[in-house]
Design a protein around this ligand. Structure first.
Ligand SMILES: *[C@@H]1O[C@H](CO)[C@@H](O)[C@H](O)[C@H]1NC(C)=O
Ligand SMILES: *[C@@H]1O[C@H](CO)[C@@H](O)[C@H](O)[C@H]1NC(C)=O
Ligand SMILES: *[C@@H]1O[C@H](CO)[C@@H](O)[C@H](O)[C@H]1NC(C)=O
Ligand SMILES: *[C@@H]1O[C@H](CO)[C@@H](O)[C@H](O)[C@H]1NC(C)=O
Ligand SMILES: *[C@@H]1O[C@H](CO)[C@@H](O)[C@H](O)[C@H]1NC(C)=O
Ligand SMILES: *[C@@H]1O[C@H](CO)[C@@H](O)[C@H](O)[C@H]1NC(C)=O
Ligand SMILES: *[C@@H]1O[C@H](CO)[C@@H](O)[C@H](O)[C@H]1NC(C)=O
Ligand SMILES: *[C@@H]1O[C@H](CO)[C@@H](O)[C@H](O)[C@H]1NC(C)=O
Ligand SMILES: [Cu+2]
Length: 561
């Protein structure tokens, strides 16, 4: 890349916008950057020889620029919707500060744990962590939790670009507010004028996730009292609606993220069309729609043009009934899409029409890739075990269990790899072989399945169907992403290449289900893993955690992830 100077100056502007907490609009530096948002051979000054057509699984720019952030995990009382409760968060805000970087930058995040009574870890969702498993931030898998008073630093390269999020991967902590957005600037598959940044959709309980866990595990998932749009909403006559102002004739990029505990959200803006340009961190062939359906953990980047009569229109986050423990009939999750030539007021618009369902969007990756025949194939049967009186999810009859005090990565480095059956380890020893996973469930619930360390290709996704060898698979440029729905009483077939040595979790992204054991882990190319790990920092974090755990009699009550 020869555009380092440009990257630096824009980087400085981006960082200063964060330091002063300025809204993510209007800065001349950001406006200037717009010319770099598109994929265009005509503007090599933006991305050098890299473009939308770059296969970033194989190569990515290296700008040499470092984006450094300091995060403090805090415990406070807050009322995002006007109703106070204990909220755990980064630096006291929900969502936490957004991480901004350019494609090819290196991101460094220093996390200090200012909580009294919880460990912590921060996972960068969907970030590939190429040969950097230790930076994946999963308690009991890639690190011990950082104990109260301790700090941990994560460093990773942004080899991908687009929209994602970070969240705690310790117990249920993410669902108490420990999450925020990640924006990695890069080319886009369709043009727009302004970037509005991330837009989080969350369900929201008035009690902490910890207080609700027993109920979730015995009586079923507790219904959410509310939902939030980018961290705010009304509840009765408290709180306030999220609002964003637009200028007629201008087009905007919104970076939608579903950060819910247990809700699939359909998102749309009344009377406006959305042009969808990426799914998770994968640019796609643009398509237009009146709404997009986001499973938990998924992202869609959409472009919306302010081309209606000036007014106030509702933005809607609508729980899809059979894959949400909250109910659209009782929730009122709205934001205001305001034309800046009129005064902000509640919308008067009527909803777009839609079919309530739990289906992933049909997407076509911009860069077409083809899946080859499997080097290995694994079949996982999902079940529910209630024998203990508590709900526990099983994979091939096993409930997942890993140990906060002795993460898998440490075991691998120590060569102590006679894994117990509950650790649900899938060992992948071949280099760059295609691995197929068939995940099937006889149970009538949908599950958003997330894999760490890889994007996967979605080869099949069928509701009310039984997997059989020989069933059709889509191998030619199938959807590619990091979360896909396992349909109720059906199956999901995914494929990826064993191109990333490390220990990687795969789990259901419903917060309750992860804690209730719906997880497995890959130990990928074990012999190459130790060389990627800094054992000193790993042991330091573990020593501090184990001392804290022993001194305080902390007992691990869930799956460990
Ligand atoms: C782009 O690639 C060409 C051919 O490989 C090379 O000569 C040129 O220096 C590269 N430009 C940049 C900006 O990296
Ligand atoms: C991933 O890391 C390996 C080992 O360092 C390196 O050879 C490869 O080029 C990297 N891939 C990307 C996309 O940077
Ligand atoms: C978060 O809080 C820490 C500690 O107060 C501060 O140093 C840091 O700048 C804050 N980070 C952001 C991104 O706001
Ligand atoms: C947060 O503060 C509350 C109220 O003081 C306390 O009960 C709780 O244990 C704290 N949580 C953590 C994780 O420190
Ligand atoms: C985390 O802190 C909450 C209180 O905020 C407590 O209820 C919960 O048990 C703690 N979890 C762990 C695993 O220590
Ligand atoms: C949502 O909040 C984040 C973090 O505060 C901010 O960066 C972003 O611009 C907001 N989104 C919109 C659409 O205003
Ligand atoms: C807005 O959308 C609603 C629902 O699709 C439709 O009934 C209404 O006519 C539209 N209004 C305008 C001004 O286009
Ligand atoms: C190996 O792992 C087992 C089970 O987790 C543990 O009991 C043992 O202490 C470990 N041994 C070494 C040498 O670390
Ligand atoms: Cu699930």
């Amino acid at each position: 890349m020869h555009s380092t100077t440009l990257f630096s100056s824009l980087g400085a502007l981006l960082l200063s916008s964060i330091a002063f907490a300025a809204p993510h609009t209007g800065l001349s530096g950001l406006m200037e950057r717009q010319t770099c948002e598109f994929d265009s051979a005509a503007s090599p000054e933006c991305w050098g020889n890299y473009s939308l057509s770059t296969n970033w699984y194989e190569e990515a720019p290296d700008t040499g620029i470092i984006r450094e952030y300091w995060f403090e995990v805090t415990n406070s009382t807050a009322g995002p919707d006007g109703v106070d409760r204990v909220v755990l968060s980064i630096n006291g805000s929900v969502p936490g500060p957004t991480i901004f970087a350019d494609w090819g930058d290196t991101v460094v995040v220093h996390v200090s744990n200012a909580l009294e009574n919880n460990g912590t870890s921060i996972h960068f969702h969907g970030i590939r962590q190429n040969f950097t498993s230790q930076e994946d931030g999963v308690a009991s898998i890639t690190q011990c939790p950082a104990a109260p008073g301790e700090s941990i630093t994560y460093t990773w390269r942004a080899t991908q670009y687009g929209t994602t999020w970070y969240h705690s991967h310790f117990s249920l902590q993410a669902w108490n507010g420990v999450f925020g957005g990640i924006v990695i600037n890069g080319p886009a598959s369709s043009a727009y004028d302004e970037d509005k940044g991330v837009l989080f959709l969350n369900d929201w309980h008035h009690k902490t996730a910890d207080a609700l866990y027993v109920q979730a595990s015995s009586g079923g998932p507790p219904a959410a009292q509310n939902g939030l749009i980018n961290g705010t909403n009304t509840y009765g006559d408290t709180g306030s609606r999220f609002q964003t102002s637009v200028t007629s004739g201008t087009s905007y990029r919104l970076r939608l993220v579903n950060g819910a505990m247990d809700t699939m959200f359909r998102f749309g803006i009344d009377n406006h069309t959305l042009t969808v340009i990426s799914a998770d961190l994968v640019p796609i062939e643009p398509y237009t729609t009146t709404s997009v359906n986001l499973g938990i953990g998924q992202r869609y980047d959409v472009i919306v043009t302010a081309n209606q009569d000036p007014g106030n229109y509702w933005m809607r986050a609508i729980p899809q009934t059979t894959c949400s423990s909250s109910n659209e009939k009782t929730l009122d999750i709205l934001g205001i899409f305001n034309y800046d030539s009129v005064e902000v007021a509640d919308g008067t618009s009527t909803s777009f029409s839609y079919i309530d369902n739990c289906d992933d969007e049909a997407i076509t990756p911009f860069l077409p890739l083809t899946v080859e025949a499997p080097g290995s194939e694994h079949v996982f049967d999902i079940g529910l075990d209630t024998s203990s009186g508590l709900f526990r999810w099983t994979i091939n009859d096993n409930v997942f269990l890993s140990d906060w005090g002795e993460p898998t990565l440490e075991k691998v480095v120590d060569g102590n790899t006679s894994f117990a059956i509950e650790e649900q380890v899938v060992a992948l020893s071949e280099t760059n072989e295609w691995v197929y996973f068939v995940i099937e469930s006889q149970f009538g619930l949908h599950h958003p399945v997330h894999l760490h360390g890889h994007d996967f290709f979605v080869l099949a996704q069928e509701t009310s169907a039984t997997w059989a060898e020989g069933n059709p698979l889509n191998l030619v440029n199938p959807p590619r992403r990091d979360v896909a729905m396992l349909p109720a009483s059906g199956y999901l077939v995914i494929a990826y290449q064993s191109d990333n040595p490390g220990v990687w979790l795969m789990h259901c992204h419903i917060g309750w289900h992860t804690s209730q054991g719906f997880a497995l882990q890959l130990v990928e190319r074990e012999s190459e893993i130790a060389a990627t790990v800094n054992s000193d920092t790993m042991k330091q974090t573990c020593d501090a955690w184990n001392a804290y755990q022993d001194a305080n009699g902390i007992h691990q009550e869930d799956s460990g992830v």
